[in-house]
Design a protein around this ligand. Structure first.
Ligand code: SF4
Length: 389
C-alpha cells in the first residue's frame, strides 16, 4: 500500500466569510485547548476506537508510514503554536512518519515572525494561504479579514522562518471581480512566486450567506456584483495561460505547481490512496471504507471525552461506487487515467462510457490514457455528470 496521509480538521475561524459553506464556527479561543486535547486523544487511541466501533480498517493501515500531514480548517493558524506542536507530537508518538510534507492552512493576517518560527520548529514545512484575491474591495465584500498588504507582509516572514513551500488559493467569481482585477490578482501572485497555486470557482449554494442571497435576493453581500458563469470560466482560462507563462505545471483541475511542488497530500485524495482524518467533520479513506466524524465540534469533543468514537457516517464502497470514484477523481488530474488498468482492476469495459464523450470532444484518448479535453477543464462537472449517467 502507498504511504498514509493524515488530515486534522480545525473548525474555527475569526469571522465567517460570506461565500463559506464549510462547517466552521467563530468561537471563543477558550474552546481551542479542549478541542486540541480531544484530537490528540483521537490520534493516540484511534486503533482501539476503530476496533470498538467496527470500522473495517485494519491495524495495517495505521502501521503504514506517514508521508503527509495536512492541518486544515477553518483557520488553524489562529491556534497557539503549542497546539500545532501538540498535534504533531501526538502523531509522532502514534505513527511512523518519514520525511513528511506537513501543511498548515493559514490566513495572512494571523502570521507573525514568532509564530512562524514556532510552526517550523514543530515540523510545519508548507503553508497554504486562503488568499482568495489581492484586491481589497473583493476581500472586504467577501468578509475576509486580511488585505493585500497582509499578504505582502506574511510571505517573507514565512520564508525567513524556513517555511519555503507556500501555496496560494484564489477564488474566481468573488463579488466585484472584473477581468482587470482578476489579472491584477494573477500578476501579484506571480510576483510573489508561491510554489503552489489553487484556483477555485465560486460555489453558489444555500450553505453560505452569499449563496442564499443569490438564490433568494437581497443586497447585503453584493450578490448582484458576482461575475457571470461565463466570466468565471474566462477568468479560469486566463489563470491557465498566466500560470503556464509563469512556469507553473497544471496538474489537477484546480491546482498548479512549480516543478516538484505538487501537493503530496492532496494527490492522495485524487489517487484514492489511504488517509486518516482526525477532528470534527474529518473524513478518512482506507481499505474501501470511507468514514467521517461528527461535524459539530462540541459534539465531537464530548464523544472523545466519553471515550466514544465520534464517527457519524461510515460507508463500505460497492465496486460500482469505487469505479465511479476512480473515473471522477482520476479525470481531475491532467495526466488522465490509465483505462486498461482500471478495466483490469474492475473487470469492466469502459469504451461505451468514454466513446460518446470523446465524439463530442469532451474527452481525449491517447493509447491507454483518457483525459479531459482542455476546453472542458473549466466546466468539468458537465463532463462528469454525463460520464456517470
Ligand atoms: S476562513 Fe475559510 S473556513 Fe473560515 S469562514 Fe472563511 S472560507 Fe470558511
Amino acid at each position: 500500500m502507498p504511504p498514509l496521509g493524515i488530515y486534522v480538521q480545525v473548525p474555527f475561524c475569526q469571522t465567517k466569510c460570506t461565500y463559506c459553506n464549510f462547517h466552521t464556527g467563530v468561537v471563543s479561543s477558550s474552546r481551542f485547548a479542549p478541542y486540541i486535547d480531544a484530537v490528540c486523544r483521537e490520534i493516540r487511541e484511534h486503533v482501539e476506537m476503530y476496533g470498538g466501533a467496527g470500522v473495517a480498517v485494519s491495524q495495517a493501515v495505521s502501521a503504514l508510514t506517514v508521508d503527509s500531514v495536512y492541518i486544515g480548517g477553518g483557520t488553524p493558524s489562529l491556534l497557539d503554536p503549542a497546539h500545532i506542536a501538540n498535534l504533531l507530537g501526538a502523531m509522532r508518538e502514534t505513527f511512523a512518519i518519514s520525511a513528511p510534507e506537513v501543511t498548515l492552512e493559514a490566513d495572512p493576517e494571523t502570521v507573525e515572525a514568532e509564530k512562524a518560527s514556532a510552526w517550523f520548529a514543530a515540523g510545519v514545512n508548507r503553508v497554504s494561504f486562503g488568499l482568495q484575491s489581492f484586491v481589497d474591495k473583493e476581500l472586504a465584500a467577501s468578509g475576509r479579514m486580511h488585505r493585500r498588504a497582509d499578504i505582502d507582509r506574511a510571505v517573507p516572514i514565512l520564508r525567513a522562518a524556513g517555511i519555503c513551500n507556500i501555496s496560494f488559493d484564489l477564488i474566481a467569481g468573488l463579488p466585484h471581480q472584473t477581468a482587470a482585477s482578476w489579472r491584477q490578482s494573477l500578476d501579484e501572485l506571480a510576483n510573489l512566486q508561491p510554489e503552489h497555486v489553487s484556483i477555485y470557482l465560486l460555489e453558489i449554494d444555500e450553505g453560505s450567506r452569499l449563496g442564499l442571497e443569490v438564490l433568494q435576493g437581497g443586497s447585503r453581500y453584493s450578490a448582484r456584483d458576482i461575475p457571470s458563469e461565463d466570466d468565471m470560466a474566462t477568468f479560469y482560462e486566463a489563470a491557465q495561460e498566466h500560470l503556464q507563462a509563469a512556469g507553473y505545471h497544471h496538474y489537477e483541475i484546480s491546482n498548479w505547481a512549480q516543478p516538484g511542488y505538487e501537493s503530496r497530500h492532496n494527490l492522495k485524495y485524487w489517487r484514492r490512496e489511504p488517509y486518516l482524518g482526525f477532528g470534527a467533520g474529518a473524513h478518512s479513506f482506507a481499505g474501501g471504507n470511507r468514514w467521517a466524524n461528527a461535524h459539530d465540534a462540541a459534539e465531537y469533543v464530548k464523544a472523545i471525552e466519553d471515550s466514544r468514537l465520534p464517527i457519524e457516517q461510515h460507508d463500505i464502497l460497492s465496486a460500482e461506487s469505487a469505479l465511479e470514484e476512480e473515473l471522477f477523481l482520476g479525470l481531475r488530474q491532467l495526466d488522465g487515467i490509465d483505462v486498461s488498468k482500471i478495466e483490469r482492476e474492475y473487470s469492466v469495459q469502459l469504451a461505451s462510457r468514454f466513446d460518446p464523450l470523446a465524439k463530442l470532444g469532451w474527452l481525449e484518448r491517447s493509447g491507454n490514457v483518457v483525459r479531459l479535453a482542455p476546453r472542458k477543464l473549466s466546466v468539468s462537472n458537465e463532463v462528469f455528470v454525463e460520464l456517470m449517467r
